[in-house]
Design a protein around this ligand. Structure first.
Ligand SMILES: Cc1cc2nc3c(=O)[nH]c(=O)nc-3n(C[C@H](O)[C@H](O)[C@H](O)COP(=O)(O)OP(=O)(O)OC[C@H]3O[C@@H](n4cnc5c(N)ncnc54)[C@H](O)[C@@H]3O)c2cc1C
Length: 476
């Protein structure tokens, strides 16, 4: 008779919940260990401070969530989340100019993060196959360098220490994961780590949008131009499920950041176009400024270790975390969960195949990693500590090619389609080097350059926008 297989997931955030759902499809029992009490509603919690800032779930991630949890995306949309078609429903000033609003190829789900987490968590926990051990702090792993056998935790209310035994432990404890430390306690060699840190920081406020604007007005994005050799400033106005606009202003290292309410609008006025600032003046502020300075790209390479213990996996931000501006973290974690599901679906859980499973889970974070890291190394003041050869050689040539593509994608629809597939993580990054794409770059006829934000009359009728926002602005 085979022993029951017990899975433990470290961390009950986005990646941890998806991983727990996958484990529950293949193992007999699954426990999520989490420091917080996970709220039974769309509420903030201490262990998810990033939830105060804009989050988009790209279509690739949304499709995985819906495949794992059928009906989830309809539930989100039915409760007010917005499905923003790229680029029909988005007015965006890219580094290369205003993007034409081509018919949507991909989409992003826009809503507050507590709302998204709550709906997804509710879908996952409704089946009753997963138990959550709240108010439990993970201390370290139990077992040895050959085999992880569980996790040691501390009950945060009583202080009691306990070892929870498991056949498979999945680390999904986020950017702050102590995995490298835990592995060294098991006397394993250090896992290699790459860091590309452009010093990204976010400042966010929530505003009551003008009536009808969260449904009828496009999402707005004003980006920095990385080719100007100075720190970059960005701003977005994204519709949320509850009739609000979430406005996030962000920057790379050295561009400052508004940390007080009174500085928020003046900072928005320094962006490359006044559109974000003018929308802010139309809306009623509902929150004070929330700040986050957690935006470095950081990736571990567990798959490179010669010896990897049986019974241990890592995914989500604990494995690879990205500059949030690209909106890839949740979709990357969903890809890893799907890869784990596929591996477990092949022949069930076999501890001897743990290393193979980790390789599969790690492989799918490579595209978001290289997309974010290779762009960020271009920003002035970016700090790097990397082993990835793609980030240390040929950067200038690659950036020149990427600029060429970006310049074409804002004006040529077929090129834009492929680029949107890639940035939404729907198509592999290698698509941009394919002969099909290279001939599209030659053949696709670009539309004329846009000199002002492409807002339609019906959209303008919803907001009383300052006329200067509808004409050409300062673009550099
Ligand atoms: C400002 C900002 C904006 C972002 N915007 C986007 C976006 O638009 N789109 C997108 O896809 N991604 C975005 N991201 C990334 C996204 O938030 C993460 O990729 C995602 O939340 C990762 O989920 P996770 O479960 O791996 O980690 P987390 O969400 O950090 O969850 C980790 C969990 O582990 C728990 N935990 C940690 N340590 C312990 C311990 N010792 N004991 C017990 N429990 C512990 C924590 O309480 C937490 O619940 C953004 C990130 C930031 C910082």
């Amino acid at each position: 008779m085979t022993e029951p297989k017990r899975g433990i997931v470290l961390g009950g955030g986005w990646a941890g919940m998806l991983a727990a759902h996958v484990l529950a499809r293949h193992l007999e029992s699954v426990t999520v260990v989490e420091r917080d009490v996970l709220p039974d509603g769309p509420r903030h919690r201490k262990g998810s401070p990033q939830a105060r800032h804009v989050h988009v779930l790209w279509s690739s991630g949304a499709r995985i969530v819906d495949a794992l949890l059928p009906g989830t995306i309809d539930r989100l949309l039915g409760a007010g989340a917005r499905r923003v078609g790229f680029h029909e429903d988005l007015v965006t000033l890219t580094s290369h100019g205003w993007q034409h609003r081509f018919p949507p190829r991909q989409y992003a789900i826009m809503c507050t993060r507590p709302f998204l987490d709550w709906i997804v968590r509710d879908q996952i926990l409704a089946a009753g196959r997963i138990s959550v051990r709240s108010r439990a702090e993970i201390l370290d792993l139990a077992g040895d360098g050959k085999r992880v056998a569980g996790v040691r935790v501390r009950d945060m209310d009583t202080g009691a220490l306990e070892t929870l035994e498991a056949d498979l432990v999945v680390d999904a404890s986020g950017r702050g994961s102590r995995l490298r430390h835990w592995l060294s306690s098991l006397e394993l060699p250090p896992v290699e780590e790459d860091i590309v840190d452009a010093g990204i920081a976010y400042a966010t406020r929530v505003f009551r949008a003008p009536p009808g604007a969260t449904a009828g007005f496009p999402a707005i994005n004003v980006a920095a131009d990385h080719r100007v050799r100075e720190p970059g400033r960005f701003g977005v106005v994204y519709p949320q499920e509850d009739g609000t606009w979430m406005v996030t202003l962000s920057c790379t290292r050295g561009a400052g950041l508004p940390t007080h309410d009174d500085d928020f609008l003046p900072y928005a006025q320094t962006l490359r176009h006044p559109l974000v600032a003018d929308l802010i003046t139309l809306a009623e502020p509902l929150t004070s400024v929330a700040v986050s300075r957690v935006g470095a790209n950081r990736r571990l390479y567990p798959e490179r270790l010669d010896t990897w213990p049986e019974g241990l996996l890592v995914l989500g931000d604990a494995l690879a975390a990205f500059n949030p501006i690209y909106g890839h973290g949740m979709s990357a974690a969903a890809r890893s969960a799907a890869a784990l599901d596929a591996e477990l679906g092949r022949s069930g859980y076999d501890p001897a195949r743990t290393r193979r499973m980790q390789q599969a889970v790690s492989a799918v974070v490579d595209d978001p990693w290289i997309m974010a890291a290779s762009k960020d190394v271009e920003y002035v003041n970016c700090r790097t500590d990397v082993t990835d050869p793609r980030l240390t050689g040929g950067v200038v040539a690659r950036q020149r090619f990427s600029d060429l593509i970006s310049d074409r994608a804002i004006r040529a629809s077929a090129v834009c389609d492929v680029v949107t597939d890639v940035i939404s993580l729907t198509a592999p990054q290698s698509e941009l080097a394919s002969s099909r794409f290279l001939s599209l770059m030659q053949q696709d006829r670009p539309l004329p350059e846009l000199t002002a934000p492409p807002l339609r009359p019906d959209e303008l009728a919803l907001v009383d926008l300052n006329p200067r926002s509808t004409v050409a602005g300062r673009l550099s």
